[in-house]
Design a binder for this molecule. Structure first.
Ligand code: SAH
Length: 398
Protein backbone atom coordinates (compact mmCIF):
# COMPACT_ATOMS: atom_id res chain seq x y z
CA UNK A 1 0.00 0.00 0.00
CA UNK A 2 1.19 3.48 -0.85
CA UNK A 3 1.38 6.03 1.91
CA UNK A 4 -1.61 8.39 1.87
CA UNK A 5 -2.11 11.78 3.42
CA UNK A 6 -4.98 14.27 3.48
CA UNK A 7 -4.11 17.91 2.90
CA UNK A 8 -6.06 21.14 2.66
CA UNK A 9 -6.02 23.27 -0.48
CA UNK A 10 -5.76 27.00 0.10
CA UNK A 11 -9.16 28.46 -0.71
CA UNK A 12 -7.86 30.65 -3.56
CA UNK A 13 -6.87 27.54 -5.47
CA UNK A 14 -9.88 25.28 -4.98
CA UNK A 15 -11.62 26.32 -8.18
CA UNK A 16 -8.41 25.87 -10.20
CA UNK A 17 -8.23 22.21 -9.23
CA UNK A 18 -11.99 21.68 -9.45
CA UNK A 19 -11.63 22.95 -12.99
CA UNK A 20 -9.09 20.22 -13.81
CA UNK A 21 -5.65 21.81 -13.49
CA UNK A 22 -3.35 18.75 -13.35
CA UNK A 23 -0.11 20.00 -11.77
CA UNK A 24 0.14 20.03 -7.99
CA UNK A 25 2.03 23.09 -6.77
CA UNK A 26 3.60 23.60 -3.39
CA UNK A 27 2.09 27.00 -2.84
CA UNK A 28 -1.49 25.75 -3.14
CA UNK A 29 -1.21 23.51 -0.08
CA UNK A 30 -1.61 24.27 3.58
CA UNK A 31 1.08 22.22 5.37
CA UNK A 32 2.83 20.95 2.26
CA UNK A 33 5.81 20.03 4.45
CA UNK A 34 3.78 17.21 5.99
CA UNK A 35 4.49 15.18 2.84
CA UNK A 36 8.05 13.99 2.82
CA UNK A 37 8.15 10.81 0.81
CA UNK A 38 7.89 10.87 -2.97
CA UNK A 39 5.17 8.58 -4.25
CA UNK A 40 2.82 9.46 -1.37
CA UNK A 41 -0.82 9.78 -2.41
CA UNK A 42 -2.08 13.23 -1.45
CA UNK A 43 -5.85 13.65 -1.05
CA UNK A 44 -6.80 17.28 -1.51
CA UNK A 45 -9.68 18.75 0.47
CA UNK A 46 -11.22 22.17 0.86
CA UNK A 47 -11.02 23.74 4.32
CA UNK A 48 -14.62 22.54 4.72
CA UNK A 49 -13.45 18.94 4.19
CA UNK A 50 -14.89 18.56 0.73
CA UNK A 51 -12.81 16.20 -1.43
CA UNK A 52 -11.37 17.85 -4.55
CA UNK A 53 -8.80 15.48 -6.04
CA UNK A 54 -6.17 12.84 -5.48
CA UNK A 55 -2.55 13.44 -6.46
CA UNK A 56 0.86 11.91 -5.96
CA UNK A 57 3.86 13.71 -4.57
CA UNK A 58 6.79 13.82 -7.01
CA UNK A 59 9.27 16.64 -7.47
CA UNK A 60 9.64 17.71 -11.07
CA UNK A 61 10.69 21.14 -12.31
CA UNK A 62 8.37 23.58 -10.60
CA UNK A 63 5.80 20.92 -9.74
CA UNK A 64 5.13 19.11 -6.51
CA UNK A 65 3.28 16.23 -8.15
CA UNK A 66 0.36 15.47 -10.45
CA UNK A 67 -3.37 15.02 -9.99
CA UNK A 68 -4.43 11.40 -10.56
CA UNK A 69 -8.18 11.36 -10.05
CA UNK A 70 -11.19 13.32 -8.91
CA UNK A 71 -12.90 10.18 -7.63
CA UNK A 72 -12.22 9.76 -3.89
CA UNK A 73 -12.76 6.00 -4.03
CA UNK A 74 -10.45 5.33 -6.99
CA UNK A 75 -7.39 3.28 -6.06
CA UNK A 76 -4.19 3.98 -7.92
CA UNK A 77 -3.39 0.44 -8.95
CA UNK A 78 -2.83 -1.74 -12.02
CA UNK A 79 -6.47 -1.33 -13.10
CA UNK A 80 -6.16 2.44 -12.88
CA UNK A 81 -3.02 2.54 -15.04
CA UNK A 82 -4.41 -0.04 -17.48
CA UNK A 83 -7.41 2.20 -18.18
CA UNK A 84 -5.18 5.22 -18.77
CA UNK A 85 -2.78 3.32 -21.02
CA UNK A 86 -5.58 1.69 -23.05
CA UNK A 87 -7.14 5.08 -23.69
CA UNK A 88 -3.76 6.48 -24.67
CA UNK A 89 -3.16 3.61 -27.10
CA UNK A 90 -6.57 4.09 -28.68
CA UNK A 91 -5.52 7.63 -29.61
CA UNK A 92 -2.44 6.31 -31.47
CA UNK A 93 -4.21 3.77 -33.72
CA UNK A 94 -3.48 5.74 -36.87
CA UNK A 95 0.21 5.90 -35.91
CA UNK A 96 0.48 2.13 -35.42
CA UNK A 97 -1.30 1.61 -38.75
CA UNK A 98 1.16 3.77 -40.69
CA UNK A 99 4.16 1.74 -41.84
CA UNK A 100 6.06 4.79 -43.00
CA UNK A 101 6.46 6.03 -39.40
CA UNK A 102 7.58 3.53 -36.76
CA UNK A 103 8.61 5.92 -33.97
CA UNK A 104 6.11 8.00 -32.04
CA UNK A 105 4.88 8.83 -28.55
CA UNK A 106 2.23 6.54 -27.09
CA UNK A 107 1.82 8.08 -23.64
CA UNK A 108 2.43 11.77 -23.04
CA UNK A 109 2.26 12.33 -19.28
CA UNK A 110 -0.52 14.69 -18.19
CA UNK A 111 -1.79 14.84 -21.79
CA UNK A 112 -2.78 11.20 -21.31
CA UNK A 113 -4.05 11.65 -17.78
CA UNK A 114 -1.00 10.91 -15.60
CA UNK A 115 1.81 13.45 -15.38
CA UNK A 116 5.40 12.48 -14.70
CA UNK A 117 6.16 9.81 -17.28
CA UNK A 118 6.11 9.32 -21.03
CA UNK A 119 6.30 6.25 -23.27
CA UNK A 120 7.73 6.29 -26.79
CA UNK A 121 7.47 3.56 -29.41
CA UNK A 122 10.47 2.61 -31.55
CA UNK A 123 9.67 -0.12 -34.04
CA UNK A 124 8.55 -2.84 -31.61
CA UNK A 125 10.45 -1.47 -28.61
CA UNK A 126 9.28 0.96 -25.94
CA UNK A 127 11.07 3.63 -23.94
CA UNK A 128 9.56 4.78 -20.64
CA UNK A 129 10.92 8.05 -19.28
CA UNK A 130 10.35 8.72 -15.57
CA UNK A 131 10.46 12.38 -14.57
CA UNK A 132 10.35 12.02 -10.78
CA UNK A 133 11.16 9.63 -7.99
CA UNK A 134 7.48 9.92 -7.08
CA UNK A 135 6.14 8.39 -10.28
CA UNK A 136 8.97 5.85 -10.25
CA UNK A 137 7.47 4.53 -7.01
CA UNK A 138 4.52 3.36 -9.16
CA UNK A 139 6.72 1.67 -11.77
CA UNK A 140 5.67 -1.90 -11.00
CA UNK A 141 1.97 -1.20 -11.43
CA UNK A 142 2.61 0.91 -14.54
CA UNK A 143 4.86 -1.72 -16.12
CA UNK A 144 2.45 -4.53 -15.39
CA UNK A 145 -0.44 -2.49 -16.78
CA UNK A 146 1.56 -1.55 -19.85
CA UNK A 147 2.69 -5.11 -20.57
CA UNK A 148 -0.92 -6.28 -20.46
CA UNK A 149 -1.88 -3.69 -23.11
CA UNK A 150 0.81 -4.05 -25.81
CA UNK A 151 2.87 -6.60 -27.72
CA UNK A 152 6.47 -5.61 -27.35
CA UNK A 153 9.89 -6.84 -28.31
CA UNK A 154 11.62 -5.00 -25.48
CA UNK A 155 11.14 -2.25 -22.91
CA UNK A 156 13.73 0.34 -21.88
CA UNK A 157 13.61 3.19 -19.39
CA UNK A 158 15.29 6.50 -18.64
CA UNK A 159 15.23 8.23 -15.28
CA UNK A 160 15.26 11.99 -15.42
CA UNK A 161 14.57 12.67 -11.80
CA UNK A 162 16.14 15.60 -10.13
CA UNK A 163 14.45 18.97 -10.29
CA UNK A 164 16.48 20.11 -13.29
CA UNK A 165 15.29 17.18 -15.38
CA UNK A 166 18.83 15.78 -15.47
CA UNK A 167 19.34 12.29 -16.72
CA UNK A 168 20.61 9.94 -14.04
CA UNK A 169 23.27 7.90 -15.69
CA UNK A 170 22.39 4.26 -15.40
CA UNK A 171 24.68 1.47 -16.41
CA UNK A 172 21.76 -0.18 -18.09
CA UNK A 173 18.46 1.24 -19.33
CA UNK A 174 17.09 -2.17 -20.36
CA UNK A 175 14.00 -3.35 -18.46
CA UNK A 176 12.31 -6.32 -20.08
CA UNK A 177 11.90 -8.53 -23.16
CA UNK A 178 14.73 -8.69 -25.67
CA UNK A 179 17.43 -6.12 -26.28
CA UNK A 180 17.18 -3.89 -29.32
CA UNK A 181 19.84 -3.95 -32.03
CA UNK A 182 22.31 -1.04 -31.90
CA UNK A 183 21.46 0.93 -33.78
CA UNK A 184 17.78 0.20 -34.08
CA UNK A 185 16.56 1.57 -37.42
CA UNK A 186 13.15 3.25 -37.25
CA UNK A 187 11.19 5.08 -39.92
CA UNK A 188 9.72 8.54 -39.94
CA UNK A 189 7.63 9.46 -42.94
CA UNK A 190 9.70 7.07 -45.02
CA UNK A 191 13.13 8.27 -43.84
CA UNK A 192 15.38 6.23 -41.55
CA UNK A 193 16.76 7.08 -38.14
CA UNK A 194 19.44 5.20 -36.21
CA UNK A 195 18.24 4.93 -32.61
CA UNK A 196 20.22 3.87 -29.53
CA UNK A 197 17.91 2.98 -26.66
CA UNK A 198 20.73 2.45 -24.17
CA UNK A 199 23.33 5.11 -24.87
CA UNK A 200 23.03 7.97 -22.38
CA UNK A 201 20.36 10.58 -21.95
CA UNK A 202 18.98 10.73 -25.47
CA UNK A 203 18.16 8.17 -28.14
CA UNK A 204 19.10 10.10 -31.29
CA UNK A 205 15.98 11.91 -32.40
CA UNK A 206 13.34 14.22 -30.96
CA UNK A 207 10.01 12.79 -32.04
CA UNK A 208 8.06 16.03 -31.53
CA UNK A 209 9.56 17.60 -34.68
CA UNK A 210 8.27 15.07 -37.20
CA UNK A 211 5.84 17.44 -38.93
CA UNK A 212 8.48 20.14 -39.19
CA UNK A 213 11.00 17.73 -40.72
CA UNK A 214 8.43 16.51 -43.23
CA UNK A 215 7.50 20.07 -44.16
CA UNK A 216 11.16 21.01 -44.71
CA UNK A 217 11.66 17.98 -46.95
CA UNK A 218 8.42 18.19 -48.91
CA UNK A 219 7.95 21.94 -49.32
CA UNK A 220 11.09 23.96 -48.70
CA UNK A 221 14.38 22.13 -49.27
CA UNK A 222 14.59 21.57 -53.01
CA UNK A 223 17.68 23.20 -54.55
CA UNK A 224 18.28 25.18 -51.37
CA UNK A 225 21.40 25.77 -49.30
CA UNK A 226 20.48 24.84 -45.73
CA UNK A 227 22.16 25.77 -42.44
CA UNK A 228 21.03 23.67 -39.49
CA UNK A 229 22.17 25.14 -36.16
CA UNK A 230 22.06 23.28 -32.82
CA UNK A 231 21.85 20.31 -35.11
CA UNK A 232 22.36 17.43 -32.57
CA UNK A 233 22.22 14.28 -34.79
CA UNK A 234 21.31 16.31 -37.87
CA UNK A 235 17.72 15.14 -38.25
CA UNK A 236 16.65 18.37 -39.98
CA UNK A 237 19.67 18.17 -42.30
CA UNK A 238 18.77 14.61 -43.30
CA UNK A 239 15.24 15.65 -44.23
CA UNK A 240 16.54 18.68 -46.12
CA UNK A 241 18.96 16.48 -48.06
CA UNK A 242 16.18 13.98 -48.80
CA UNK A 243 14.10 16.88 -50.09
CA UNK A 244 16.80 17.75 -52.62
CA UNK A 245 18.73 20.49 -50.83
CA UNK A 246 21.73 21.79 -52.77
CA UNK A 247 23.82 21.59 -49.60
CA UNK A 248 23.39 21.09 -45.86
CA UNK A 249 25.61 22.49 -43.12
CA UNK A 250 25.04 21.13 -39.61
CA UNK A 251 26.55 22.98 -36.64
CA UNK A 252 26.62 21.69 -33.09
CA UNK A 253 28.97 22.16 -30.18
CA UNK A 254 28.98 18.53 -29.07
CA UNK A 255 31.82 16.43 -30.50
CA UNK A 256 29.56 13.40 -30.75
CA UNK A 257 27.25 15.25 -33.11
CA UNK A 258 29.72 14.67 -35.96
CA UNK A 259 29.74 10.85 -36.08
CA UNK A 260 26.08 10.79 -35.04
CA UNK A 261 25.06 13.07 -37.90
CA UNK A 262 27.22 11.16 -40.37
CA UNK A 263 25.45 7.98 -39.31
CA UNK A 264 21.97 9.46 -39.87
CA UNK A 265 23.01 10.42 -43.43
CA UNK A 266 24.46 6.96 -44.02
CA UNK A 267 21.34 5.09 -42.94
CA UNK A 268 19.48 7.15 -45.54
CA UNK A 269 21.99 6.35 -48.30
CA UNK A 270 23.14 9.95 -48.52
CA UNK A 271 26.85 10.41 -49.26
CA UNK A 272 28.18 12.08 -46.09
CA UNK A 273 31.08 13.64 -47.99
CA UNK A 274 28.66 15.87 -49.86
CA UNK A 275 27.31 17.30 -46.57
CA UNK A 276 29.07 19.64 -44.18
CA UNK A 277 29.11 18.77 -40.47
CA UNK A 278 30.81 21.27 -38.17
CA UNK A 279 31.57 20.92 -34.45
CA UNK A 280 31.50 24.48 -33.19
CA UNK A 281 29.69 26.99 -31.04
CA UNK A 282 26.96 28.37 -33.33
CA UNK A 283 27.65 31.89 -32.11
CA UNK A 284 31.22 31.59 -33.42
CA UNK A 285 29.91 30.10 -36.62
CA UNK A 286 27.59 33.09 -37.15
CA UNK A 287 30.58 35.43 -36.83
CA UNK A 288 32.55 33.33 -39.30
CA UNK A 289 29.64 33.26 -41.75
CA UNK A 290 29.21 37.04 -41.60
CA UNK A 291 32.96 37.56 -42.12
CA UNK A 292 32.92 35.21 -45.12
CA UNK A 293 29.71 36.82 -46.41
CA UNK A 294 27.98 33.44 -46.49
CA UNK A 295 24.26 33.44 -47.24
CA UNK A 296 21.90 30.50 -46.88
CA UNK A 297 18.48 29.94 -48.45
CA UNK A 298 17.28 28.30 -45.26
CA UNK A 299 18.51 28.65 -41.68
CA UNK A 300 17.13 26.33 -38.99
CA UNK A 301 17.27 27.45 -35.35
CA UNK A 302 16.43 24.86 -32.73
CA UNK A 303 18.34 25.78 -29.57
CA UNK A 304 17.81 24.20 -26.17
CA UNK A 305 15.75 26.34 -23.75
CA UNK A 306 18.91 26.89 -21.79
CA UNK A 307 22.54 26.13 -22.60
CA UNK A 308 25.90 27.13 -21.31
CA UNK A 309 28.99 26.88 -23.49
CA UNK A 310 32.50 28.14 -22.68
CA UNK A 311 31.78 31.64 -23.93
CA UNK A 312 28.01 31.93 -23.96
CA UNK A 313 25.02 31.36 -21.80
CA UNK A 314 21.91 31.06 -23.91
CA UNK A 315 18.42 31.30 -22.51
CA UNK A 316 15.61 31.12 -25.05
CA UNK A 317 13.37 33.58 -23.20
CA UNK A 318 16.15 36.21 -22.98
CA UNK A 319 18.29 35.62 -26.05
CA UNK A 320 16.06 34.40 -28.87
CA UNK A 321 15.77 37.88 -30.41
CA UNK A 322 19.55 38.07 -30.73
CA UNK A 323 19.75 34.57 -32.10
CA UNK A 324 17.22 35.53 -34.77
CA UNK A 325 19.18 38.67 -35.62
CA UNK A 326 22.28 36.57 -36.21
CA UNK A 327 20.32 34.22 -38.44
CA UNK A 328 18.60 37.00 -40.41
CA UNK A 329 21.98 38.43 -41.39
CA UNK A 330 23.08 35.23 -43.10
CA UNK A 331 19.74 34.35 -44.73
CA UNK A 332 19.35 35.32 -48.36
CA UNK A 333 16.52 37.61 -49.45
CA UNK A 334 13.42 35.47 -49.96
CA UNK A 335 15.01 32.77 -47.83
CA UNK A 336 13.42 30.91 -44.95
CA UNK A 337 14.25 30.87 -41.26
CA UNK A 338 12.80 27.97 -39.30
CA UNK A 339 12.63 29.28 -35.74
CA UNK A 340 11.90 26.62 -33.15
CA UNK A 341 11.77 26.57 -29.39
CA UNK A 342 10.75 24.00 -26.80
CA UNK A 343 10.72 26.54 -24.01
CA UNK A 344 7.54 26.26 -21.94
CA UNK A 345 8.25 29.67 -20.37
CA UNK A 346 6.67 31.75 -23.11
CA UNK A 347 3.73 31.52 -25.47
CA UNK A 348 3.47 31.46 -29.25
CA UNK A 349 2.36 35.10 -29.02
CA UNK A 350 5.56 36.08 -27.23
CA UNK A 351 7.58 34.07 -29.72
CA UNK A 352 5.89 35.98 -32.57
CA UNK A 353 6.87 39.20 -30.77
CA UNK A 354 10.51 38.05 -30.59
CA UNK A 355 10.43 37.51 -34.36
CA UNK A 356 8.85 40.91 -35.03
CA UNK A 357 11.39 42.61 -32.78
CA UNK A 358 14.37 40.94 -34.44
CA UNK A 359 13.29 42.04 -37.91
CA UNK A 360 12.36 45.53 -36.70
CA UNK A 361 15.72 46.05 -35.02
CA UNK A 362 17.44 45.13 -38.29
CA UNK A 363 14.93 47.26 -40.26
CA UNK A 364 13.89 44.23 -42.27
CA UNK A 365 10.57 42.73 -43.26
CA UNK A 366 9.25 39.23 -42.98
CA UNK A 367 6.27 37.07 -43.56
CA UNK A 368 5.17 34.08 -41.51
CA UNK A 369 4.67 31.14 -43.87
CA UNK A 370 3.46 28.55 -41.38
CA UNK A 371 3.44 27.57 -37.74
CA UNK A 372 3.64 24.29 -35.86
CA UNK A 373 3.04 23.09 -32.33
CA UNK A 374 3.17 19.55 -30.96
CA UNK A 375 2.09 16.70 -33.26
CA UNK A 376 -0.98 14.61 -32.41
CA UNK A 377 0.89 11.80 -30.65
CA UNK A 378 2.13 14.36 -28.09
CA UNK A 379 -1.32 14.76 -26.57
CA UNK A 380 -1.85 17.91 -24.56
CA UNK A 381 -4.10 18.47 -21.56
CA UNK A 382 -6.29 21.48 -22.47
CA UNK A 383 -6.16 22.59 -18.82
CA UNK A 384 -2.37 22.68 -18.87
CA UNK A 385 -1.14 25.03 -21.56
CA UNK A 386 2.51 24.78 -20.48
CA UNK A 387 2.42 21.19 -21.70
CA UNK A 388 2.03 22.50 -25.26
CA UNK A 389 5.66 23.67 -25.26
CA UNK A 390 6.73 23.36 -28.90
CA UNK A 391 6.60 26.46 -31.10
CA UNK A 392 7.95 26.44 -34.65
CA UNK A 393 7.57 29.29 -37.14
CA UNK A 394 8.61 29.23 -40.80
CA UNK A 395 9.55 32.82 -41.59
CA UNK A 396 10.28 34.25 -45.02
CA UNK A 397 12.80 37.08 -45.11
CA UNK A 398 11.48 39.70 -47.53
N1 SAH B 1 17.78 20.47 -33.57
C1 SAH B 1 18.09 19.17 -33.00
C2 SAH B 1 17.94 19.14 -31.51
C3 SAH B 1 18.75 20.17 -30.76
S1 SAH B 1 19.17 19.67 -29.16
C4 SAH B 1 17.23 18.12 -33.66
O1 SAH B 1 16.35 18.44 -34.44
O2 SAH B 1 17.44 16.94 -33.40
C5 SAH B 1 20.20 20.98 -28.71
C6 SAH B 1 21.61 20.86 -29.25
O3 SAH B 1 22.23 22.13 -29.10
C7 SAH B 1 22.51 19.87 -28.51
O4 SAH B 1 22.94 18.91 -29.43
C8 SAH B 1 23.67 20.73 -28.01
O5 SAH B 1 24.93 20.09 -28.14
C9 SAH B 1 23.60 21.93 -28.91
N2 SAH B 1 24.15 23.19 -28.40
C10 SAH B 1 23.91 23.80 -27.22
N3 SAH B 1 24.55 25.00 -27.17
C11 SAH B 1 25.20 25.15 -28.35
C12 SAH B 1 26.01 26.16 -28.91
N4 SAH B 1 26.29 27.29 -28.25
N5 SAH B 1 26.50 25.98 -30.16
C13 SAH B 1 26.22 24.85 -30.84
N6 SAH B 1 25.45 23.87 -30.37
C14 SAH B 1 24.94 24.00 -29.14
Amino acid sequence: MKKEINLILKSDYVSKYEDGYPLLLKEVLVDFDKVTQEGTIVNLFTSKKKFVAKAYYGLQNKGFGWILSTDPSESIDITYFTTKIKTALSHRKSFYADDSTTAFRVFNGEGDGVGGFTIDYFSGYYMITWYSMGIYEFREAILEAFKSCVDYKGIYQKKRFDSKGMYLDEADDFVSGQRAPEPLIVKENGANFAIYLDDGAMVGVFLDQKEVRKTIRDKYAKEKTVLNTFSYTGAFSVFAALGGAKSTTSVDLAKRSLPKTAEQFEVNDIDVDTQEIIVEDVFNYFKYAVRKKLLFDMVILDPPSFARSKKHTFSASKDYVNLLKEAIQITSKGGIIVASTNSANFSMMTFRDFIKRAFKELKGNHKVQEKFSLPKDFRVNPKFKEGDYLKVVFIRKL
